[in-house]
Design a protein around this ligand. Sequence first.
Ligand SMILES: Cc1ncc(COP(=O)(O)O)c(C=O)c1O
Length: 535
Amino acid sequence: MTTSEVTVSRTNGKVRSHPTQNEALLFEKSSPGKRAYKLAPLDVPAVDAAALLGAAHRTTPGELPELSEIEIIRHFTRLSTWNYAIDLGMYPLGSCTMKYNPRVNELVARIEGLAEAHPYRPDSLAQGILEVIDLLQRCLIEITGMDAITLQPAAGAHGEFTGILLVRAWHESQGNARKRILIPDSAHGTNPATAAICGYTVENLKSNAEGGIDLEALTRQVDEETAALMLTNPSTIGVFESQIAKIAEILHAKGALLYMDGANMNALVGKARPGDFGVDVMHLNLHKTFSTPHGGGGPGSGPVACKAFLEPFLPTPVLISNFGFDDPRSPNARDLGHPGTKGLGTEGLSAGELHWEYNRPQSVGRVRAFYGNVGMFIRALAYILANGPDGLRQTTEDAVLNANYIRAKLQDLYELPYKTASMHEVVFSDKLQAAKGVKTGDIAKRLIDYGFHPYTVSFPMIVHGALMIEPTESESLEELDLFIEAMRAIAKEAEETPELVKSAPHSTRVSRLDEVLAARKPILRWAPAARPNAR
Ligand SMILES: Cc1ncc(COP(=O)(O)O)c(C=O)c1O
């Protein structure tokens, strides 16, 4: 059988697009003198650039590619078709929640008055965008059941950092910053990194057989030097921590706080509120739960919500209305016992208008320039308002239903290491396939031939050979069935023709890449032949 026969006969009706037109770098396509534009004749007095720039004036032109407009457009358009995207098909990357970004979010984010709002605009002229931020804050406070919030952090990990700074500042205000943070072995890698960067020692907490926290171990490990437990709920194996209220009690009895990594809130929104089950501080990932784009490393958004006693430590500035902190109409100000700053910085504002408050003596300070990734706030608010409370609840239910549908349809062929009910994602292991030498990474690569983005491979660490699958609520029954069919077909191949799976993908421009070399020694810059070693 030829490679093309292998791929074509096994695609289960799934459309794949892999146009394989060769594509050189723009630098390689360049030919001297080509232009994509023509400047209009100079209609202002010419200046002497050399005199103006002095030593910074360059005498030789930069080595830039020279091409026509159509060549550039075709180059980037062709490259864009090589990428897999949520707009092409299911993207079941567990833990990442690659849900569809509804177009209404994009429409709203492009409204000129919002998109063009400048951060230096005086508060009195920025009431529209401030109201958007205020309303999003109120919605997120309502959804999480917390008392106060900051939208400043630019991503989930940045939210963790901000949240643990709040924990530290609060402990310091009590006379002892404490030394340790407890983190379960199932945690996302960013949790221990956050604790360490905030100056805490990380202490590992072993999961029990159900994938939850071992309460006896927790009771033994928490003491007066424990600053907090960082708990992801639902966890990275997609399991809800049913003992959460008891866990909070154990921590609070020793003066320690409960930090919840709320990156998986897409399994809880509209159903349960962390503020109601004992959480003191948490972050959200707007790009996971509220459908803002993930955007290749940014811009994301990782708001931090907290209980009232942590509010004075929130990063500056916070948004308040000039009713004053004590007024229930002010965001971040309800019943918080804050001293209040009525009148400060409110020049030109009418009663009740919003403004940024900087005078916060106990604040941990700024964690980001300006106010956060405001474009993401607009998108998240559009998503929340478009769905409404019932829609958000339905979204959560569908995400959980989809994960459990996949679980039910695959558990006879893939080993399920934790039998506890799944929430938004299901984690299998490659134990059955590994008997034939086929590993989770091989199965993931073979999925590409079936037209799907791979699931998350080898995470979480507590599951050896993990296949972590998160369909999200975006997928229809038809797409889920195609995925299930593909996974079942691959399980059969692993049994009957394991080499086919181990050498996948067969349908792509390149097959197995040296991923370690690519990560450790990335070549990110084109270098002219004369300087081949430039990086
Ligand atoms: C459980 C969990 N915590 C933290 C993060 C970190 O979020 P970010 O990638 O936005 O920094 C993620 C990201 O997916 C996550 O799944």
